[in-house]
Design a protein around this ligand. Structure first.
Ligand code: FES
Length: 146
């Protein structure tokens, strides 16, 4: 009787682990979008005409940075830029390039503002992750880090 009870306990435990691990894995995978990229990339601003005016926006990609997803760059003054990860915080899809002061995620239709990355339309509940950057005015090089 005790052997049967022990067997059922262990079988139940294994079943519980079997059902729980995929759920935990999915939750962790959905959190990838909040992980800031490691390393840095450099962008020569003069190579991107869309950034010649304040408010202008573009995106760049680099296979070795931000999981190869877009990095959104928005000019905010003559010497400052906002940079966002193009990985949608809703479920981790890559967003489209910025257009008309907005950034669309085609997976489920979220729209983000280019001016601050905030959500203009869900289902995303948080804005695009802000990435750090430093602009060298003498070389026109923007260095973007996580
Ligand atoms: S992953 Fe972007 S809206 Fe769902």
């Amino acid at each position: 009787m005790n052997d049967r009870r022990e067997f059922l306990k262990k079988a139940g435990l294994l079943l519980g682990v079997g059902f729980t691990l995929p759920i935990i894995s999915n939750v962790l995978n959905s959190c990838n979008s909040t992980v800031n990229p490691v390393g840095s990339i450099t962008v020569k601003i003069t190579d991107y005409p869309a950034l010649s005016n304040i408010g202008g926006a573009t995106s760049v990609t680099n296979a070795g940075f931000n999981q190869g997803a877009r990095v959104i760059i928005v000019r905010t003054s003559s010497t400052t830029y906002n940079t966002y990860s193009g990985i949608c915080p809703h479920a981790g899809c890559g967003v489209d390039p910025p257009s008309n002061n907005q950034i669309l995620c085609n997976c489920h239709g979220s729209i983000f503002s280019t001016s601050n990355g905030s959500v203009l339309r869900g289902p995303a509940r948080s804005g695009l992750p802000l990435l750090s950057n430093v602009f060298d005015n003498t070389t026109n090089i923007l260095t973007i880090t996580g």
